[in-house]
Ligand binder design. Structure first.
Ligand code: SF4
Length: 547
Protein backbone atom coordinates (compact mmCIF):
# COMPACT_ATOMS: atom_id res chain seq x y z
CA UNK A 1 0.00 0.00 0.00
CA UNK A 2 1.27 3.44 -0.81
CA UNK A 3 0.56 6.66 0.91
CA UNK A 4 -0.45 9.60 -1.20
CA UNK A 5 -1.50 13.10 -0.44
CA UNK A 6 -4.11 14.47 -2.82
CA UNK A 7 -6.75 17.03 -1.92
CA UNK A 8 -7.68 14.59 0.82
CA UNK A 9 -5.56 12.23 2.88
CA UNK A 10 -5.72 8.73 1.42
CA UNK A 11 -4.00 5.40 1.99
CA UNK A 12 -3.98 2.79 -0.75
CA UNK A 13 -4.19 4.84 -3.93
CA UNK A 14 -3.17 2.73 -6.93
CA UNK A 15 -0.68 4.36 -9.30
CA UNK A 16 0.40 2.95 -12.64
CA UNK A 17 2.12 4.28 -15.70
CA UNK A 18 -0.58 5.30 -18.17
CA UNK A 19 1.49 4.72 -21.30
CA UNK A 20 0.20 1.89 -23.45
CA UNK A 21 -2.76 1.30 -21.18
CA UNK A 22 -6.51 1.79 -21.62
CA UNK A 23 -7.34 4.78 -19.42
CA UNK A 24 -10.60 4.43 -17.53
CA UNK A 25 -12.14 7.17 -15.40
CA UNK A 26 -14.29 5.46 -12.78
CA UNK A 27 -16.88 8.03 -11.79
CA UNK A 28 -19.18 8.04 -8.79
CA UNK A 29 -22.01 10.46 -9.61
CA UNK A 30 -22.04 12.05 -6.19
CA UNK A 31 -19.57 13.73 -3.84
CA UNK A 32 -16.26 12.20 -2.80
CA UNK A 33 -17.45 11.33 0.72
CA UNK A 34 -20.43 9.38 -0.62
CA UNK A 35 -18.54 7.57 -3.38
CA UNK A 36 -15.61 6.61 -1.18
CA UNK A 37 -18.02 5.11 1.37
CA UNK A 38 -19.29 2.75 -1.33
CA UNK A 39 -17.63 -0.65 -1.33
CA UNK A 40 -18.89 -1.48 -4.84
CA UNK A 41 -17.12 1.59 -6.21
CA UNK A 42 -13.90 0.76 -4.37
CA UNK A 43 -14.01 -2.86 -5.54
CA UNK A 44 -14.35 -1.90 -9.19
CA UNK A 45 -11.40 0.52 -8.78
CA UNK A 46 -9.25 -2.40 -7.60
CA UNK A 47 -10.64 -4.88 -10.16
CA UNK A 48 -9.92 -2.57 -13.09
CA UNK A 49 -6.42 -1.74 -11.88
CA UNK A 50 -5.73 -5.47 -11.46
CA UNK A 51 -5.95 -5.74 -15.25
CA UNK A 52 -2.50 -5.02 -16.60
CA UNK A 53 -3.82 -3.35 -19.76
CA UNK A 54 -5.98 -0.90 -17.79
CA UNK A 55 -5.24 2.19 -15.75
CA UNK A 56 -8.20 3.33 -13.67
CA UNK A 57 -8.52 6.68 -11.91
CA UNK A 58 -11.39 7.98 -9.79
CA UNK A 59 -13.58 11.05 -10.21
CA UNK A 60 -16.55 12.44 -8.31
CA UNK A 61 -19.10 15.17 -8.56
CA UNK A 62 -17.12 18.33 -7.72
CA UNK A 63 -17.76 19.89 -4.32
CA UNK A 64 -18.67 23.20 -5.98
CA UNK A 65 -20.92 23.33 -9.01
CA UNK A 66 -18.55 25.69 -10.76
CA UNK A 67 -15.50 23.44 -10.32
CA UNK A 68 -14.14 21.50 -13.23
CA UNK A 69 -14.31 17.73 -12.98
CA UNK A 70 -10.91 16.06 -12.80
CA UNK A 71 -9.64 12.72 -11.58
CA UNK A 72 -8.25 12.36 -8.06
CA UNK A 73 -5.04 10.59 -9.05
CA UNK A 74 -3.62 12.77 -11.83
CA UNK A 75 -6.09 15.65 -11.96
CA UNK A 76 -6.85 14.77 -15.58
CA UNK A 77 -9.92 15.86 -17.53
CA UNK A 78 -12.45 13.11 -18.27
CA UNK A 79 -12.56 13.88 -22.00
CA UNK A 80 -8.97 12.57 -22.32
CA UNK A 81 -9.85 9.07 -21.08
CA UNK A 82 -10.63 6.10 -23.32
CA UNK A 83 -13.59 5.11 -21.19
CA UNK A 84 -15.80 6.65 -18.54
CA UNK A 85 -17.35 4.10 -16.19
CA UNK A 86 -20.15 5.31 -13.94
CA UNK A 87 -20.78 3.38 -10.74
CA UNK A 88 -24.45 4.02 -10.01
CA UNK A 89 -26.07 3.01 -6.75
CA UNK A 90 -29.04 5.37 -6.47
CA UNK A 91 -31.63 6.73 -8.88
CA UNK A 92 -31.29 10.12 -7.20
CA UNK A 93 -27.83 10.38 -8.79
CA UNK A 94 -29.06 10.07 -12.40
CA UNK A 95 -29.15 13.83 -12.88
CA UNK A 96 -25.56 14.04 -11.69
CA UNK A 97 -24.52 11.73 -14.53
CA UNK A 98 -25.80 14.35 -16.98
CA UNK A 99 -24.06 17.20 -15.14
CA UNK A 100 -20.77 15.30 -15.15
CA UNK A 101 -20.95 14.47 -18.86
CA UNK A 102 -21.77 18.07 -19.66
CA UNK A 103 -18.98 19.41 -17.44
CA UNK A 104 -16.60 17.04 -19.21
CA UNK A 105 -17.70 18.39 -22.61
CA UNK A 106 -19.07 15.01 -23.70
CA UNK A 107 -22.42 14.85 -25.57
CA UNK A 108 -25.10 13.48 -23.26
CA UNK A 109 -26.67 10.89 -25.53
CA UNK A 110 -24.72 7.94 -26.85
CA UNK A 111 -26.22 8.49 -30.34
CA UNK A 112 -24.46 11.90 -30.43
CA UNK A 113 -21.06 10.40 -29.70
CA UNK A 114 -18.51 8.55 -31.83
CA UNK A 115 -15.06 6.97 -31.54
CA UNK A 116 -13.52 10.39 -30.79
CA UNK A 117 -15.33 10.42 -27.44
CA UNK A 118 -14.65 8.14 -24.50
CA UNK A 119 -16.90 5.10 -24.39
CA UNK A 120 -19.43 5.66 -21.59
CA UNK A 121 -20.38 2.60 -19.59
CA UNK A 122 -22.33 2.15 -16.34
CA UNK A 123 -22.76 -0.48 -13.67
CA UNK A 124 -23.83 -0.71 -10.06
CA UNK A 125 -26.92 -1.78 -8.22
CA UNK A 126 -29.24 0.84 -9.76
CA UNK A 127 -28.27 -0.53 -13.18
CA UNK A 128 -29.08 -4.08 -12.40
CA UNK A 129 -32.39 -3.09 -10.90
CA UNK A 130 -33.58 -1.02 -13.87
CA UNK A 131 -31.10 0.69 -16.20
CA UNK A 132 -33.67 1.96 -18.73
CA UNK A 133 -33.90 5.61 -17.54
CA UNK A 134 -30.16 6.10 -18.15
CA UNK A 135 -29.82 3.78 -21.14
CA UNK A 136 -29.79 6.66 -23.67
CA UNK A 137 -26.70 8.19 -22.05
CA UNK A 138 -24.60 5.04 -21.96
CA UNK A 139 -22.95 3.00 -24.70
CA UNK A 140 -23.10 -0.11 -22.64
CA UNK A 141 -24.28 -1.20 -19.21
CA UNK A 142 -22.80 -4.02 -17.15
CA UNK A 143 -25.57 -5.87 -15.38
CA UNK A 144 -24.66 -7.88 -12.32
CA UNK A 145 -21.73 -8.37 -10.02
CA UNK A 146 -18.45 -7.02 -11.42
CA UNK A 147 -16.28 -9.79 -9.90
CA UNK A 148 -18.20 -12.33 -11.98
CA UNK A 149 -17.58 -10.58 -15.31
CA UNK A 150 -14.72 -11.43 -17.64
CA UNK A 151 -13.38 -7.88 -17.44
CA UNK A 152 -9.95 -8.60 -19.01
CA UNK A 153 -11.77 -9.95 -22.08
CA UNK A 154 -14.07 -6.93 -22.12
CA UNK A 155 -11.01 -4.66 -22.35
CA UNK A 156 -9.32 -6.91 -24.93
CA UNK A 157 -12.34 -6.39 -27.15
CA UNK A 158 -12.31 -2.67 -26.45
CA UNK A 159 -8.63 -2.41 -27.47
CA UNK A 160 -9.17 -4.56 -30.55
CA UNK A 161 -12.13 -2.56 -31.91
CA UNK A 162 -11.26 0.91 -30.67
CA UNK A 163 -11.83 2.40 -34.12
CA UNK A 164 -15.20 0.71 -34.65
CA UNK A 165 -17.42 1.28 -31.65
CA UNK A 166 -20.57 -0.32 -33.06
CA UNK A 167 -18.71 -3.51 -33.93
CA UNK A 168 -17.05 -3.46 -30.52
CA UNK A 169 -20.38 -3.16 -28.70
CA UNK A 170 -21.96 -5.80 -30.91
CA UNK A 171 -19.31 -8.35 -30.02
CA UNK A 172 -19.36 -7.43 -26.34
CA UNK A 173 -23.14 -7.90 -26.20
CA UNK A 174 -22.94 -11.22 -28.03
CA UNK A 175 -20.07 -12.71 -26.12
CA UNK A 176 -20.21 -11.40 -22.58
CA UNK A 177 -23.03 -12.35 -20.27
CA UNK A 178 -24.29 -9.28 -18.40
CA UNK A 179 -23.37 -6.76 -21.13
CA UNK A 180 -26.37 -4.71 -22.21
CA UNK A 181 -26.08 -2.39 -25.20
CA UNK A 182 -29.17 -0.14 -25.22
CA UNK A 183 -28.66 0.88 -28.87
CA UNK A 184 -29.43 -2.65 -30.02
CA UNK A 185 -32.85 -4.26 -29.89
CA UNK A 186 -33.46 -5.26 -26.28
CA UNK A 187 -32.98 -8.92 -25.60
CA UNK A 188 -32.89 -10.93 -22.41
CA UNK A 189 -29.73 -10.06 -20.45
CA UNK A 190 -28.65 -12.53 -17.80
CA UNK A 191 -27.10 -10.87 -14.78
CA UNK A 192 -23.52 -11.78 -13.92
CA UNK A 193 -23.46 -13.45 -10.55
CA UNK A 194 -20.69 -14.62 -8.25
CA UNK A 195 -21.33 -18.11 -6.87
CA UNK A 196 -18.84 -18.09 -4.06
CA UNK A 197 -18.17 -14.62 -2.67
CA UNK A 198 -15.29 -15.95 -0.55
CA UNK A 199 -13.29 -16.27 -3.80
CA UNK A 200 -12.93 -12.49 -3.80
CA UNK A 201 -12.39 -9.86 -1.12
CA UNK A 202 -14.67 -6.87 -1.12
CA UNK A 203 -12.91 -4.51 1.25
CA UNK A 204 -11.87 -0.89 1.45
CA UNK A 205 -9.10 -0.30 -1.07
CA UNK A 206 -8.40 3.37 -0.43
CA UNK A 207 -8.77 4.43 3.18
CA UNK A 208 -9.86 8.00 3.65
CA UNK A 209 -10.90 10.17 6.56
CA UNK A 210 -13.35 12.11 4.41
CA UNK A 211 -16.07 9.49 4.17
CA UNK A 212 -19.27 8.71 6.03
CA UNK A 213 -17.33 6.06 8.00
CA UNK A 214 -14.33 8.23 8.96
CA UNK A 215 -11.20 6.11 8.44
CA UNK A 216 -13.05 2.80 8.85
CA UNK A 217 -11.88 -0.20 6.90
CA UNK A 218 -15.06 -1.75 5.48
CA UNK A 219 -15.48 -5.46 4.81
CA UNK A 220 -18.44 -6.86 2.89
CA UNK A 221 -19.40 -9.97 4.86
CA UNK A 222 -22.51 -11.00 2.94
CA UNK A 223 -24.40 -10.30 -0.24
CA UNK A 224 -28.17 -10.38 -0.39
CA UNK A 225 -30.48 -11.05 2.51
CA UNK A 226 -32.51 -14.16 3.35
CA UNK A 227 -35.46 -12.38 4.96
CA UNK A 228 -37.29 -11.23 1.87
CA UNK A 229 -38.86 -7.99 3.13
CA UNK A 230 -41.23 -7.31 0.27
CA UNK A 231 -40.21 -3.70 -0.34
CA UNK A 232 -36.45 -4.28 -0.43
CA UNK A 233 -34.40 -4.89 -3.59
CA UNK A 234 -31.43 -6.37 -1.71
CA UNK A 235 -33.52 -9.37 -0.70
CA UNK A 236 -34.34 -10.22 -4.34
CA UNK A 237 -31.78 -9.03 -6.88
CA UNK A 238 -28.88 -10.56 -4.94
CA UNK A 239 -30.54 -13.96 -4.51
CA UNK A 240 -29.45 -16.42 -3.33
CA UNK A 241 -28.04 -14.80 -0.20
CA UNK A 242 -24.35 -15.52 0.31
CA UNK A 243 -22.04 -15.19 3.30
CA UNK A 244 -18.26 -14.98 3.37
CA UNK A 245 -16.47 -17.59 5.45
CA UNK A 246 -15.17 -16.63 8.91
CA UNK A 247 -11.60 -17.43 7.79
CA UNK A 248 -11.94 -15.04 4.85
CA UNK A 249 -13.39 -12.28 7.02
CA UNK A 250 -10.61 -12.71 9.60
CA UNK A 251 -8.03 -12.39 6.82
CA UNK A 252 -9.69 -9.11 5.78
CA UNK A 253 -9.87 -7.95 9.42
CA UNK A 254 -6.13 -8.48 9.71
CA UNK A 255 -5.53 -6.31 6.62
CA UNK A 256 -7.82 -3.64 8.05
CA UNK A 257 -6.14 -3.87 11.45
CA UNK A 258 -2.80 -3.00 9.84
CA UNK A 259 -4.31 0.23 8.49
CA UNK A 260 -6.71 1.48 11.17
CA UNK A 261 -8.34 0.48 14.45
CA UNK A 262 -11.83 0.89 13.02
CA UNK A 263 -13.43 -1.90 11.04
CA UNK A 264 -16.99 -1.91 9.69
CA UNK A 265 -18.75 -5.14 8.72
CA UNK A 266 -21.10 -4.46 5.83
CA UNK A 267 -24.05 -6.54 4.68
CA UNK A 268 -27.84 -6.42 4.47
CA UNK A 269 -28.19 -8.36 7.71
CA UNK A 270 -24.82 -8.70 9.43
CA UNK A 271 -26.35 -10.37 12.48
CA UNK A 272 -27.31 -13.36 10.27
CA UNK A 273 -23.67 -14.09 9.61
CA UNK A 274 -22.72 -17.56 10.83
CA UNK A 275 -19.88 -17.21 13.37
CA UNK A 276 -20.65 -13.54 14.05
CA UNK A 277 -20.05 -14.23 17.76
CA UNK A 278 -16.59 -15.61 17.03
CA UNK A 279 -15.76 -12.61 14.81
CA UNK A 280 -16.82 -10.25 17.61
CA UNK A 281 -14.57 -12.11 20.06
CA UNK A 282 -11.69 -11.84 17.59
CA UNK A 283 -12.22 -8.07 17.30
CA UNK A 284 -12.28 -7.68 21.09
CA UNK A 285 -9.07 -9.70 21.43
CA UNK A 286 -7.32 -7.51 18.85
CA UNK A 287 -8.71 -4.23 20.27
CA UNK A 288 -10.46 -3.47 16.99
CA UNK A 289 -13.35 -1.02 17.13
CA UNK A 290 -15.94 -2.98 15.21
CA UNK A 291 -19.20 -1.59 13.83
CA UNK A 292 -22.02 -3.08 11.76
CA UNK A 293 -24.00 -1.67 8.87
CA UNK A 294 -27.16 -3.29 10.22
CA UNK A 295 -28.43 -5.81 12.70
CA UNK A 296 -31.85 -7.16 13.46
CA UNK A 297 -33.68 -6.53 16.71
CA UNK A 298 -34.31 -10.29 16.98
CA UNK A 299 -30.62 -11.22 16.77
CA UNK A 300 -28.81 -9.24 19.45
CA UNK A 301 -26.24 -11.79 20.63
CA UNK A 302 -24.26 -10.99 23.81
CA UNK A 303 -20.98 -11.00 21.80
CA UNK A 304 -22.44 -8.43 19.38
CA UNK A 305 -23.56 -6.20 22.20
CA UNK A 306 -20.19 -6.59 23.91
CA UNK A 307 -18.35 -5.45 20.81
CA UNK A 308 -20.67 -2.46 20.26
CA UNK A 309 -19.93 -1.56 23.84
CA UNK A 310 -16.18 -1.78 23.57
CA UNK A 311 -16.30 0.08 20.24
CA UNK A 312 -17.96 2.93 22.13
CA UNK A 313 -20.97 2.94 19.78
CA UNK A 314 -23.39 5.58 21.02
CA UNK A 315 -26.31 5.12 18.65
CA UNK A 316 -27.93 1.89 17.48
CA UNK A 317 -30.52 1.51 14.78
CA UNK A 318 -33.65 -0.61 14.92
CA UNK A 319 -35.84 -0.84 11.86
CA UNK A 320 -39.39 -1.91 12.79
CA UNK A 321 -40.44 -0.36 9.40
CA UNK A 322 -44.10 -0.55 10.42
CA UNK A 323 -46.04 0.10 13.61
CA UNK A 324 -48.59 -2.68 13.58
CA UNK A 325 -48.03 -6.41 13.70
CA UNK A 326 -50.43 -6.66 10.72
CA UNK A 327 -48.35 -4.30 8.62
CA UNK A 328 -45.10 -6.07 9.52
CA UNK A 329 -46.69 -9.26 8.16
CA UNK A 330 -47.69 -7.44 4.97
CA UNK A 331 -44.10 -6.35 4.40
CA UNK A 332 -42.71 -9.68 5.66
CA UNK A 333 -40.45 -8.01 8.19
CA UNK A 334 -40.40 -11.09 10.42
CA UNK A 335 -39.88 -9.27 13.72
CA UNK A 336 -42.46 -8.74 16.44
CA UNK A 337 -43.18 -5.98 18.90
CA UNK A 338 -41.65 -8.18 21.63
CA UNK A 339 -38.37 -8.34 19.64
CA UNK A 340 -38.34 -4.57 19.23
CA UNK A 341 -39.00 -3.84 22.89
CA UNK A 342 -36.52 -6.38 24.20
CA UNK A 343 -33.96 -5.11 21.62
CA UNK A 344 -34.43 -1.61 23.05
CA UNK A 345 -33.92 -2.87 26.59
CA UNK A 346 -30.77 -4.84 25.67
CA UNK A 347 -29.18 -1.91 23.80
CA UNK A 348 -29.86 0.77 26.40
CA UNK A 349 -28.90 -1.36 29.38
CA UNK A 350 -25.63 -2.11 27.59
CA UNK A 351 -24.54 1.53 27.46
CA UNK A 352 -25.80 2.41 23.99
CA UNK A 353 -27.76 5.51 24.97
CA UNK A 354 -29.30 6.64 21.66
CA UNK A 355 -31.69 4.84 19.36
CA UNK A 356 -32.64 5.48 15.77
CA UNK A 357 -35.91 3.93 14.62
CA UNK A 358 -36.73 3.49 10.94
CA UNK A 359 -40.35 3.50 9.76
CA UNK A 360 -41.95 3.52 6.33
CA UNK A 361 -45.24 5.11 5.42
CA UNK A 362 -47.42 4.66 2.36
CA UNK A 363 -46.98 0.88 2.28
CA UNK A 364 -49.51 -1.23 0.36
CA UNK A 365 -52.78 -1.80 2.27
CA UNK A 366 -51.79 0.79 4.92
CA UNK A 367 -54.62 2.47 6.83
CA UNK A 368 -54.73 5.35 9.30
CA UNK A 369 -54.87 2.77 12.11
CA UNK A 370 -51.49 1.45 10.98
CA UNK A 371 -50.07 4.97 11.15
CA UNK A 372 -51.48 5.44 14.65
CA UNK A 373 -49.79 2.20 15.62
CA UNK A 374 -46.43 3.75 14.66
CA UNK A 375 -47.19 6.40 17.26
CA UNK A 376 -48.18 3.85 19.86
CA UNK A 377 -45.11 1.64 19.19
CA UNK A 378 -42.83 4.65 19.52
CA UNK A 379 -44.43 5.44 22.88
CA UNK A 380 -43.94 1.84 24.06
CA UNK A 381 -40.30 1.95 22.93
CA UNK A 382 -39.90 5.25 24.75
CA UNK A 383 -41.30 3.72 27.97
CA UNK A 384 -38.93 0.76 27.69
CA UNK A 385 -36.08 3.14 26.85
CA UNK A 386 -36.82 5.26 29.92
CA UNK A 387 -36.92 2.30 32.31
CA UNK A 388 -33.58 0.99 31.01
CA UNK A 389 -32.03 4.49 30.91
CA UNK A 390 -33.03 5.27 34.51
CA UNK A 391 -31.14 2.23 35.74
CA UNK A 392 -28.10 3.65 33.93
CA UNK A 393 -28.73 7.14 35.30
CA UNK A 394 -28.52 8.69 31.85
CA UNK A 395 -31.23 9.37 29.28
CA UNK A 396 -30.26 9.44 25.62
CA UNK A 397 -32.30 10.39 22.59
CA UNK A 398 -34.62 8.54 20.25
CA UNK A 399 -34.72 9.61 16.59
CA UNK A 400 -37.72 8.46 14.59
CA UNK A 401 -36.91 8.43 10.89
CA UNK A 402 -39.90 8.31 8.51
CA UNK A 403 -39.44 7.43 4.87
CA UNK A 404 -42.04 7.07 2.17
CA UNK A 405 -42.38 3.68 0.53
CA UNK A 406 -41.03 3.58 -3.05
CA UNK A 407 -41.90 0.56 -5.25
CA UNK A 408 -38.70 -1.10 -6.49
CA UNK A 409 -38.18 -3.37 -9.51
CA UNK A 410 -37.84 -7.12 -8.87
CA UNK A 411 -39.58 -6.95 -5.50
CA UNK A 412 -43.09 -8.27 -4.77
CA UNK A 413 -44.14 -4.61 -4.36
CA UNK A 414 -42.92 -3.60 -7.83
CA UNK A 415 -46.53 -3.32 -9.03
CA UNK A 416 -47.76 -1.38 -6.00
CA UNK A 417 -49.15 2.14 -6.11
CA UNK A 418 -47.61 4.85 -4.00
CA UNK A 419 -49.72 7.21 -1.96
CA UNK A 420 -49.78 10.68 -3.45
CA UNK A 421 -47.76 13.45 -1.82
CA UNK A 422 -50.77 14.95 0.00
CA UNK A 423 -51.64 11.66 1.70
CA UNK A 424 -48.03 11.02 2.65
CA UNK A 425 -47.76 14.48 4.15
CA UNK A 426 -50.94 13.88 6.14
CA UNK A 427 -49.51 10.63 7.49
CA UNK A 428 -46.32 12.40 8.56
CA UNK A 429 -48.44 15.04 10.34
CA UNK A 430 -50.39 12.31 12.15
CA UNK A 431 -47.14 10.87 13.50
CA UNK A 432 -45.80 14.31 14.40
CA UNK A 433 -48.91 15.30 16.32
CA UNK A 434 -49.17 11.86 17.99
CA UNK A 435 -45.61 12.16 19.30
CA UNK A 436 -45.74 15.85 20.11
CA UNK A 437 -44.46 16.58 23.58
CA UNK A 438 -42.71 13.23 23.98
CA UNK A 439 -39.41 14.22 25.59
CA UNK A 440 -36.03 13.15 24.18
CA UNK A 441 -37.63 12.07 20.92
CA UNK A 442 -37.20 13.79 17.59
CA UNK A 443 -38.69 13.07 14.18
CA UNK A 444 -36.94 13.19 10.84
CA UNK A 445 -39.19 12.81 7.82
CA UNK A 446 -38.24 12.75 4.14
CA UNK A 447 -40.00 14.99 1.64
CA UNK A 448 -42.66 12.83 -0.05
CA UNK A 449 -42.11 14.74 -3.31
CA UNK A 450 -38.57 13.39 -3.45
CA UNK A 451 -39.85 9.87 -2.91
CA UNK A 452 -42.27 10.30 -5.79
CA UNK A 453 -39.45 11.37 -8.12
CA UNK A 454 -37.44 8.41 -6.91
CA UNK A 455 -40.33 6.09 -7.81
CA UNK A 456 -40.65 7.73 -11.21
CA UNK A 457 -36.99 6.96 -11.85
CA UNK A 458 -36.88 3.52 -10.30
CA UNK A 459 -39.88 2.33 -12.38
CA UNK A 460 -38.93 4.44 -15.39
CA UNK A 461 -38.56 3.41 -19.01
CA UNK A 462 -36.60 4.77 -21.98
CA UNK A 463 -38.82 7.87 -22.22
CA UNK A 464 -37.66 8.81 -18.73
CA UNK A 465 -34.36 9.84 -20.38
CA UNK A 466 -36.12 12.83 -22.05
CA UNK A 467 -37.47 13.86 -18.70
CA UNK A 468 -34.02 13.59 -17.14
CA UNK A 469 -32.55 15.82 -19.86
CA UNK A 470 -35.32 18.35 -19.27
CA UNK A 471 -34.83 18.24 -15.49
CA UNK A 472 -31.11 18.76 -16.08
CA UNK A 473 -31.85 21.81 -18.28
CA UNK A 474 -34.16 23.05 -15.50
CA UNK A 475 -31.33 22.77 -12.95
CA UNK A 476 -33.02 19.91 -11.15
CA UNK A 477 -36.39 21.65 -10.81
CA UNK A 478 -38.65 18.60 -11.01
CA UNK A 479 -41.93 20.39 -10.40
CA UNK A 480 -41.29 22.55 -13.50
CA UNK A 481 -40.08 19.55 -15.50
CA UNK A 482 -43.11 17.42 -14.72
CA UNK A 483 -45.40 20.29 -15.66
CA UNK A 484 -43.62 20.65 -19.00
CA UNK A 485 -44.09 16.95 -19.57
CA UNK A 486 -47.75 17.34 -18.66
CA UNK A 487 -47.20 14.57 -16.19
CA UNK A 488 -48.92 14.96 -12.90
CA UNK A 489 -46.17 14.32 -10.36
CA UNK A 490 -48.61 12.67 -8.04
CA UNK A 491 -50.43 10.55 -10.54
CA UNK A 492 -47.85 8.40 -12.27
CA UNK A 493 -46.27 6.52 -9.37
CA UNK A 494 -49.63 6.14 -7.69
CA UNK A 495 -50.76 3.85 -10.49
CA UNK A 496 -50.96 0.21 -9.57
CA UNK A 497 -49.25 -1.71 -12.39
CA UNK A 498 -50.89 -4.78 -13.86
CA UNK A 499 -49.42 -8.29 -13.72
CA UNK A 500 -50.02 -8.42 -17.50
CA UNK A 501 -47.83 -5.37 -18.17
CA UNK A 502 -44.38 -5.99 -19.56
CA UNK A 503 -42.32 -4.01 -17.13
CA UNK A 504 -39.36 -1.99 -18.50
CA UNK A 505 -36.82 -3.98 -16.45
CA UNK A 506 -38.13 -7.45 -17.29
CA UNK A 507 -35.49 -7.96 -19.97
CA UNK A 508 -33.02 -8.55 -17.13
CA UNK A 509 -32.89 -12.15 -16.04
CA UNK A 510 -32.15 -12.33 -12.32
CA UNK A 511 -33.49 -15.87 -12.20
CA UNK A 512 -36.50 -14.96 -10.03
CA UNK A 513 -39.83 -16.27 -11.29
CA UNK A 514 -42.41 -13.57 -11.92
CA UNK A 515 -45.01 -15.99 -10.56
CA UNK A 516 -43.12 -16.09 -7.23
CA UNK A 517 -43.21 -12.28 -6.98
CA UNK A 518 -46.94 -12.27 -7.82
CA UNK A 519 -47.60 -14.93 -5.19
CA UNK A 520 -45.67 -12.90 -2.62
CA UNK A 521 -47.60 -9.73 -3.47
CA UNK A 522 -50.90 -11.57 -3.16
CA UNK A 523 -49.85 -12.98 0.22
CA UNK A 524 -48.94 -9.45 1.30
CA UNK A 525 -52.37 -8.16 0.32
CA UNK A 526 -53.90 -11.00 2.34
CA UNK A 527 -51.75 -10.02 5.35
CA UNK A 528 -49.75 -13.26 5.23
CA UNK A 529 -46.04 -13.48 5.90
CA UNK A 530 -43.72 -15.98 4.22
CA UNK A 531 -40.72 -17.83 5.64
CA UNK A 532 -37.25 -16.48 4.86
CA UNK A 533 -35.17 -18.04 2.08
CA UNK A 534 -34.37 -21.61 3.20
CA UNK A 535 -30.80 -21.32 1.86
CA UNK A 536 -31.08 -24.97 0.78
CA UNK A 537 -29.63 -24.10 -2.58
CA UNK A 538 -29.47 -27.68 -3.86
CA UNK A 539 -33.07 -28.59 -3.26
CA UNK A 540 -35.19 -25.44 -2.96
CA UNK A 541 -36.95 -24.15 -6.05
CA UNK A 542 -39.25 -21.68 -4.35
CA UNK A 543 -38.26 -18.40 -6.00
CA UNK A 544 -36.66 -19.88 -9.11
CA UNK A 545 -33.14 -18.63 -8.56
CA UNK A 546 -31.61 -21.95 -7.50
CA UNK A 547 -31.75 -25.34 -9.14
S1 SF4 B 1 -34.66 -20.89 -4.59
FE1 SF4 B 1 -34.96 -21.16 -2.38
S2 SF4 B 1 -32.87 -21.25 -1.56
FE2 SF4 B 1 -32.70 -20.38 -3.61
S3 SF4 B 1 -32.78 -18.17 -3.27
FE3 SF4 B 1 -34.87 -18.84 -3.72
S4 SF4 B 1 -35.81 -19.20 -1.71
FE4 SF4 B 1 -33.56 -19.10 -1.40
Amino acid sequence: MRHSKTAVQEIGVIRKDWRGRIRVALVYPNRYAVGMSNLGFQTVYALLNDIDAVLCERAFLPENDTDEIRTIETKSRLSGFDMIAFSVSFEQDYLNILSILEKAGIPLRSCERDESHPMVIAGGVACFSNPEPISAFTDCILIGEAEAMPLPYFFDLFAQYQDNRIKCLEIMAQEISGVYVPAFAPHQVRRAYLNDISQHSTNTVVLSKDTAFDNSFLIEVSRGCPHGCRFCSAGYIYRPPRFRTAAHIIESMDIGDSMTDRIGLVGAAVSDLPNIGMLCDYATEKHIRLSFSSFRADALLPELIGVLNSSRVKTATIAPEAGSERMRKVINKGITEAHILSGTEILVSNNIPNLKLYFMIGLPTETDEDILEIVSLCKKIKAQFLTASRVKGHIGEITVSINSFVPKPFTPFQWAAMDDAGILKKKISMIRSGLKGVANLKIQADDPKHAIIQALLSRGNRNTADMLVQAHRNNGNWAKTLKEFSLNPESYPNNELSYDDTLPWEFIDHGIDKSFLIREYERAKAGKSSPPCSMKFDSCKLCGVCG
